[in-house]
Design a protein around this ligand. Sequence first.
Ligand code: TYM
Length: 343
Amino acid sequence: MSKQVILTGLRANNDLHIGNYLGALLPIVDMAKTRADDFQVNLMVADLHSFTTPVDHNKLQLQIMDNLRVYVAAGLPLDHEDIRIFRQSYVPAHTELAWILDCFTGMGEMNRMVQFKEKSSLLSEDRISVGLFNYPVLMAADYLLYDASYVPVGDDQTQHLEYGRDIAQRLNNNFGELFVVPKPVKEQHEFFGKDQGLRIKDLAEPSKKMSKSTDSAKGVIFLNDTADAAREKIMSATTDSLGNISYDKEKQPGVANLIDLLALISGRSLDEVRQKYEGQAQYGTFKAEVAEAVAMFLTDFQAELAKVDTSAIEAKLATSEEQMNIQANGTLLKVQRAVGLRA
Ligand code: TYM
């Protein structure tokens, strides 16, 4: 029997920061390392999804390769037969299936998507793209093409995944078994465990998540920041005037964020870090320790990144993309036949 499939993706729409790294990338790399003996693990750079909101297109190519280099620096093995890395736009079946799914998707379904509402509310009417509107349709095509049972993503993508299950079931009901319907979201969470990251907040505005598309460079530590720049950002992170370190996300979100960050970046448990610092009055000393840990992490990480062999990534992409095209075209042909496009 062939292995069950896991597929996940990350957009390449901005420089990566430590929130992405700790919250999304590292768990994905860990998942790949621990699951690839039992599952086929596909990691996709969602390059087509990367400009559903405006980006600097001169940087896109660089960011795509940088993302892949970061995966490898974070420990992703390139020599495992069942770990594949690929770029979405290198498999044209994604956009073709997306079009077909578009035609079975209701406007109302897409209109209900919270992420669309949130992201479009930040843009002027003429900059809200149709691509942003039907983003979840292309996303569904991404995993339905490969019979993926598991699609590990953050909470912000739950609604998209639910739509993906609906559209798969809808076409299966209309045309017979075309797609493997991904497992229910709850089951997926049980399978992967709730990811611990993604709780990293903006340092300047700790009520908001640290975000790729934020304007506040002060609150975001990018993976390519210098150690000194990172120290400075931590030292000037917003905290509070209570004068008592406590892990209280409601009342002291800034301090709680720094505790989370320290635990994740130093690989220590949250309890251990809390025990060490809670009750102390000196924020300066605490911040200096967080700053040092982050600076050390960045220095080590950047050294790893410099060692990454780009030609090995290119070779792996070429192999994986060939495999993905074969698999994707097989599914696409079944769908084309079902809807009457092929004999
Ligand atoms: P991207 O690059 O925006 O996000 C990458 C991962 O980070 C998670 N994430 C969050 N999780 C919880 N809370 C947040 N505030 C938060 N911000 C980001 C995302 O859930 C994601 O897991 N739609 C995907 C890209 C994609 C994809 C796919 C994923 C395109 N096609 C097919 C899986 C399968 C995304 O959000 O990328």
